[in-house]
Design a protein around this ligand. Structure first.
Ligand code: PLP
Length: 409
């Protein structure tokens, strides 16, 4: 088991170490929740100030003609390398659930003779709600089958129109095989929609190589775009001009300022714009994305695996038999988080939170810790496990204050 000195040595050799200085982190705290909400980085703060002080303050409404209107596409270009997309295949807008609605609604029109959507029964609840709602509104009978994801192949028949899966499971951190699953779905004649909420900025992605049809993800998790940051969607070039946006609005019109009563879709990714872009929120994400230009994804991935390996090694060495490590040990099946199962997982998360280690709890019994290589050090992992061990050994997690759950866990 590694000691603190060895962790410090790993930090000295870390090629990403300098990026930590770009982030605002609370002194003495180990933040293992960047998979839920990334922290403020200086370029994000600077870009927001610039938009407030130099654009909105003086340009006022003229700002729309001085670059604001193109922000959703420009940020899409900036984000595209993180998912292996081409620059004209990504749009930044709305929120993830809303973008999923657009992609699902559009995709169901492309396979009119098919009547089934497959998704994972363990998917994030918002994904399940929106896929069922869109299926009900498809204009033909479409049923959503929420299946066990490991049994996908058994369900892939010629009535499946669309498969929607989350690439890295939000609860367990298990990562699916992007290439293999997409290929199997295409072999069955269906379309593939991936949710990258826990993948973008967490693991290397190659949507072009994997021949993905559609994808969407969050801006506020690993990408550090700020609370409620706009999300992104990917539509492969071959579907642009074919896939219809089921939520049309004026800014996705070919000529928004002609104020025409009938809708005619804009070309390219602009077709998926509905409303006015949130310029201040986009500014934060824009700044945050600039940090990724200094963070090669292969280095980020190598460090993410090293951090999660270290965490697992220390938890099992320091606290043998206390937790069940739910996250796969196999690197090829692991995202950038570690989920620990414990009967008092909620109390563990709250107690360790009071000891300065921020993680989160996911029903029914999972303590979840996210590892974000841009600002986490190996010593942070060491210190986090020491504090966790102290909580378990002192029984602090069983305090009655943790019997009732807070509104946001
Ligand atoms: C975080 C998350 C969401 C929620 O996204 P919103 O932008 O709040 O709609 C949806 N799906 C998954 C898998 C998530 O992890």
């Amino acid at each position: 088991m590694r000691n603190r000195d060895e962790c410090e040595a790993l930090d000295r050799a870390d090629p990403l170490a300098a990026l930590r200085g770009e982030f605002r982190l609370n002194e003495g705290e180990v933040y293992l929740d960047g998979n839920s909400l990334g922290p403020v980085c200086e370029p994000a703060a600077a870009r927001v100030r610039e938009v407030l002080d130099r654009e909105w303050s003086t340009q006022l409404v003229r700002g729309w003609n001085q670059g604001w209107m193109d922000q959703p596409l420009r940020l899409g270009e900036r984000l595209a390398p993180l998912i292996g997309a081409r620059s004209h295949e990504v749009l930044v807008a709305d929120t993830l659930t809303v973008l999923l609605a657009k992609l699902i609604g559009g995709a169901l029109e492309l396979r009119p003779e098919r009547h089934v959507v497959l998704t994972d029964a363990a998917n994030f609840h918002s994904d399940l709600y929106i896929v069922r709602a869109m299926a009900e509104r498809a204009g033909r009978p479409v049923s959503v089958k929420a299946i066990e994801r490991s049994r996908l192949a058994e369900h892939l028949d010629d009535d499946v129109a669309l498969v929607m899966l989350t690439h890295v499971d939000f609860r367990t951190g298990e990562m699916l095989d992007l290439d293999g699953v997409t290929r199997a779905v295409h072999d069955a004649g269906a379309l593939m929609l991936w949710d990258f909420a826990h993948s973008a900025g967490a693991v290397p992605l190659d949507v072009e190589g994997a021949d993905v049809d559609f994808a969407a993800g969050c801006g506020y998790k690993y990408l550090n775009g700020g609370p409620g940051a706009p999300a992104f969607c990917y539509v492969r070039e071959r579907w642009q001009g074919v896939l219809r946006n089921p939520l049309p609005g004026w800014l996705g019109h070919a000529r928004p300022f002609a104020f025409e009563p009938d809708y005619e879709s804009a070309q390219g990714m602009r077709a998926f714009v509905t409303s006015s872009p949130s310029i201040v929120a986009l500014a934060a994400l824009d700044g945050a994305l600039s940090v990724w230009e200094r963070a090669p994804m292969d280095l980020v991935r190598a460090k993410s695996l090293a951090l999660t390996d270290l965490f697992i090694e220390l938890v099992e060495g320091r606290l043998p038999g206390v937790f069940e490590v739910v996250t796969p040990r196999e690197h090829a099946r692991r995202g950038s988080q570690v989920a620990l199962r414990h009967p008092d997982a909620y109390g563990v998360v709250r107690a360790v939170g009071e000891a300065g280690v921020v993680g989160d709890f996911r029903e029914p019994d999972v303590a979840r810790f996210g590892f974000t290589p841009l600002y986490l050090r190996y010593v942070d992992v060491f210190d986090a496990v020491e504090r966790l061990a102290h909580v378990i050994e002192s029984g602090a997690h069983r305090d009655e204050r943790f019997a009732a759950r807070a509104a946001v866990t």
